[in-house]
Each structure stands twice: as structure tokens, then as C-alpha cells.
Design a protein around this ligand. Structure first.
Ligand code: NAP
Length: 496
């Protein structure tokens, strides 16, 4: 009998009202049952909201530097338990240990960064237009924040939301992705151990279309922070918009790496292997398009195919593994469907293109690292997010064309250019229509202390990370103090 895990609601670890549970299995080995997690419903969400509202009243009164100390202690605990967290994450999510260690480290960095913000949370003091009057702005917490997160960064992405939400004085209700519930329990245990009061954080497991939707639709949750697919995010945005909620949507990507003729080819090759096949291509910032200058195309593709074929697939917990499995059966079927799309579009599969089989692979959702060549702008494999280890190679003749191809998709998260020409580098930084551009580095690799997010269908204008996320999780309030002892009228007495 597998272990049963709990929700965290009302300051206690509790069973779901339904009494029903959902299995969670290892994507590398389906025979490995990790545990059973609550299949919660609307009543669990309603209880969580009541508790979070109580938690908010206490937490908002805690001075921000003290709130920051709780986050610092949480980051310390994550540092101590980094290896255990990484191993639990690899078991339920599949990516290799080196990457899950990085996932935990990103949360640690985010925790320390947020902790220091407790001693800043700057407002502005500006001169008033009237005599003997002060004018200033400051930041206030908003209330109960609903946090909905994807499977691919089970600890890092939640930390981008939960740490700043808490630092700003909000309470949190978290609905993690169904495929990675264990990482969520471990994260919440750490927050509680660090001293976060019990009803300031609530964890409600279950199906997105039930628990996630209930959170978005609840009038007691004024803030929603979501990361996931554009399809789900758009639906959330509609509901949140009708209810005038504050909503941050971080969604899909179709990121390109551009290789100019003057690039360091070895570096560009290492970059695309890491950007395209790291996390089995399941990153919002994964490189899914490779734009090669016509003069380097043939040689680069030969080297790429050779190196992609050498990547070792397997259980991410084995140190020798380069590429783990896809997250689940539906993800595998989606990637397989795109192989048919590619063939129908007349694209050549230069390597990979099928489910991987063999020793240690048959019981998991493994897919061979795939390179598609002869891809033309506008084809579906060039436009749509596949979210697997699939690279579409497109040939271009000058930078202007590469920029046009990069920009002509509905997404706009990250991009990369490899070049030794400073003019090409700066033109690309200025003209590529993305939230992030890397020069001589792959499309993945964001750092916790800089703003993160994208344009067009990737986001709705907010940023996570860095200094900007604190604006999302707090409300600006302005105060005027008039000590003149007489009625002073703005705009009128200044001009009389
Ligand atoms: P997803 O299917 O959209 O799920 C994301 C979260 O939303 C999960 O917790 C899911 O719960 C929940 N959900 C599903 N339906 C919902 C509904 N109707 N109402 C409210 N919540 C709902 O995305 P995913 O497959 O986990 O993640 C992959 C996607 O995330 C990719 O598109 C990737 O590009 C994107 N992503 C973006 C960023 C970024 O910062 N831009 C970062 C990472 C990932 P269940 O798990 O129970 O379905």
C-alpha cells in the first residue's frame, strides 16, 4: 500500500473532503509508485481561503524584515536538504539530478534575495507642490494569493511566486501541478519548519480544472499568479479579468537560437544541445528552433546530429544520464503526434523521431532527441510549442531574415544569438521580440535576481524574479501629510 499524503489547510495536514486520492508514479519507471495525493474539491479550496484570510491578518502585521527572516531560514533549510529535495524531484519529474539540484538552488537564491527585500520594499518620497506638505508612496500587502504552478520546475517556479508573495505580507494558497505533488509537500514542510505561521500557507492538491479553477473563481482570492500553458493561462485570465483580480500569467514559448557565420561553432553547438535537450525540452525557455546561417548549415547539422545521437537517455537519478523521460503518457503522445505533423509537412527527421526503447527505457516515457531539418517558417513544427526534445532547424541568409523568423511566432519568451560581431549582437538585443535575449549563451539560464517573463502570448505584461515581482504582489498606497494648518488645494492654490 502506497503512502497517502495530505493537503495543508487550516494549519493542519488534512485529508481531502472527497476522501479520494490520485496516484503519482515515476515517469522513468511506471512501476515505481511514489505515493497517493489528495483529489481535492471546491470545499477544500473554500476552507483554505477561510484559513488564509485569518493568516493574512496576522502576517500583514508582521514587520517585513521579520517576514524576510523566515524566508532566509527556509532558504537555509533548503540548502541543508538540497540533495534530498533534488532526488525527490527527479523521482517524480524525471529530469536529471544535475538539473534538479539547479532547480533547488534557484529556489535558495530566490529565498535569499526575497529575504533581503524585507529591508527595502521601497516606496517614494517626493516633494509636494504645496508648502508644508509631504507626499509619499509605500507598499501594502494585497491579501490571499492563489499560486498555480507547472510540473517542469517543481520547486524553482513555486519559489518565484511564494517567496515574494509572503515577503510582501500576503498569505498563499498553492495548487501545484498534479505530476509533482511530493516536491510541493517538501517545500511547504520547510516553510513551516522555518517558522511560517500555520495558516499563512495552504497547500491544496488535485486536478487543475477543479482545484485550480475553484481558486481562480473564489472571490476571497484577489491575486492569482499562474505559470503553465498559454491555453490554461488564457482561460484563467478571462475569469480573473471578469472578477477584476490581479493576475500574472507566465506561459508558453517557442524559443530560437540564431547561429551567425562568425559564431564560435563549438560554443553554439554546446549551447543548442543544452538548450534543446536539457529537461528533455520541457522548459518554457527551451530552444525549439535553431536558425542556422546558410554558410554553416550543413556542417553544423552534421555535428549536431552526431552529438544528439550520443546523448544517454535513462533514469535521471543515474549520474551517467544526460536526458530523462517526458513527464507523462499525454506528453509522449503529443510529441509523437508532432512527428506525424512534421512528416506531413515534408520535413526530414535527421535523427530521433521516435519513442526510445531498450534496457531501462521501456517502462518510462522516453523520446529520442530529435532534429528536424528543412523546416520552413510558418510550418506548425516551427510555430507551435511541442514541449519535448525536438529541434526544428531553419536556414537563413542574413540577420534581418533571422530576426523576422524569430519574431514571427505568437510567443516571445527567450532568444539567443551566437556571434562575434558586436553590431549583430546589439541589433539582435534590440530587435528580437522576446522578454530575454542571450548573446553567446543558450536560451535557458535565467538568474533569480533579474526580471523574468515574455511578450505576446507568453505573458500578460508582468515579470517574475528580480525587483519587479514585488510590485505584482503588493499594492501602492500614497499618503499626503499637510502640516500647514490651513486648507491647501492642489492644482488651485499653486496657481492663484
Ligand atoms: P498546464 O497544463 O497549463 O498546467 C499548469 C498548472 O495549471 C497545473 O498546476 C495545472 O494543474 C493547472 N491547471 C490546469 N487546468 C486548470 C484550470 N482550468 N484552471 C486553473 N488551473 C489549471 O501546464 P504544464 O503542462 O504543467 O506546464 C507546461 C507549460 O508551462 C508549458 O507551456 C511551458 O511553456 C509553461 N511554462 C512557462 C513558464 C514561464 O515562466 N513562462 C515556466 C514554466 C513552464 P494539473 O497539473 O492538475 O493539470
Amino acid at each position: 500500500m502506497a503512502d497517502r499524503f495530505s493537503n495543508r489547510v487550516g494549519g493542519e495536514w488534512v485529508a481531502p473532503a472527497s476522501g479520494e486520492y490520485i496516484e503519482n508514479r515515476n515517469p522513468a519507471r511506471q512501476t515505481d509508485l511514489i505515493g497517493m495525493w489528495p483529489e481535492s474539491g471546491r470545499e477544500d479550496v473554500a476552507r483554505a481561503v477561510e484559513s488564509a484570510q485569518r493568516g493574512f491578518e496576522k502576517w500583514r502585521a508582521t514587520p517585513a524584515p521579520q517576514r524576510g527572516m523566515v524566508l532566509k531560514d527556509a532558504a537555509d533549510l533548503m540548502t541543508e536538504r538540497k540533495e534530498d529535495l533534488a532526488r525527490a524531484m527527479t523521482r517524480e519529474m524525471g529530469k536529471v539530478l544535475e538539473e534538479t539540484r539547479g532547480d533547488v538552488q534557484e529556489a535558495i537564491d530566490t529565498g535569499y534575495y526575497a529575504a533581503t527585500e524585507g529591508r527595502r520594499l521601497f516606496g517614494h518620497t517626493v516633494p509636494s507642490e504645496l508648502r508644508d506638505k509631504w507626499a509619499m508612496s509605500f507598499r501594502r500587502p494585497i491579501g490571499v494569493s492563489g499560486v498555480i504552478t507547472p510540473f517542469n520546475f517543481p520547486i524553482a517556479v513555486p519559489s518565484w511566486k511564494i517567496f515574494p508573495a509572503l515577503l510582501c505580507g500576503n498569505s498563499v494558497i498553492w495548487k501545484p501541478a498534479e505530476d509533482v505533488p511530493h516536491s510541493a509537500n517538501l517545500f511547504v514542510e520547510i516553510l513551516l519548519e522555518a517558522g511560517l505561521p500555520g495558516d499563512v500557507i495552504q497547500l491544496v492538491h488535485g486536478r487543475g480544472e477543479v482545484v485550480g479553477a475553484a481558486l481562480v473563481e473564489h472571490s476571497g482570492v484577489p491575486v492569482i499568479s499562474f505559470t503553465g500553458s498559454t491555453e490554461t493561462g488564457s482561460r484563467i485570465g478571462e475569469v480573473a479579468g471578469r472578477m477584476n483580480k490581479r493576475v500574472s500569467l507566465e506561459m508558453g514559448g517557442k524559443n530560437a537560437q540564431i547561429v551567425m557565420p562568425d559564431a564560435d561553432m563549438e560554443l553554439a553547438l554546446e549551447g543548442v544541445l543544452w538548450g534543446g535537450f536539457g529537461t528533455t525540452g520541457q522548459r518554457c525557455t527551451a530552444t525549439s528552433r535553431l536558425l542556422l546561417h546558410e554558410s554553416v548549415h550543413d556542417e553544423f547539422v552534421d555535428r549536431l546530429v552526431e552529438r544528439a545521437g550520443q546523448l544517454r537517455l535513462g533514469d535521471g537519478s543515474a549520474e551517467a544520464t544526460d536526458v530523462g523521460p517526458l513527464i507523462n503518457q499525454a506528453a509522449l503522445e503529443k510529441v509523437q503526434r508532432y512527428m506525424s505533423v512534421a512528416r506531413d509537412e515534408g520535413v526530414e527527421v535527421a535523427c530521433g523521431g521516435q519513442r526510445a526503447s531498450g534496457s531501462g527505457l521501456d517502462d518510462g516515457f522516453f523520446f529520442e532527441p530529435t532534429v528536424l531539418i528543412g523546416v520552413k517558417p510558418g510550418m506548425r513544427v516551427e510555430q507551435e510549442e511541442i514541449f519535448g526534445p525536438v529541434l526544428s532547424v531553419i536556414v537563413f541568409s542574413d540577420l534581418e531574415e533571422a530576426v523576422r523568423v524569430n519574431n514571427d511566432v505568437e510567443y516571445g519568451l527567450s532568444s539567443a544569438i551566437y556571434t562575434s560581431d558586436v553590431r549583430s549582437a546589439f541589433s539582435a538585443i534590440s530587435d528580437l521580440d522576446n522578454g530575454i535575449t542571450y548573446v553567446n549563451a543558450p536560451t535557458i539560464g535565467a538568474e533569480a535576481h533579474l526580471p523574468f517573463g515574455g511578450v505576446k502570448q507568453t505573458g500578460n505584461g508582468h515579470r517574475e524574479g528580480g525587483w519587479e515581482v514585488f510590485e505584482f504582489f503588493s499594492e501602492t498606497k500614497v499618503a499626503y501629510l499637510d502640516y500647514s494648518g490651513r486648507l491647501q488645494r492642489a492644482q488651485i492654490d499653486t496657481h492663484s
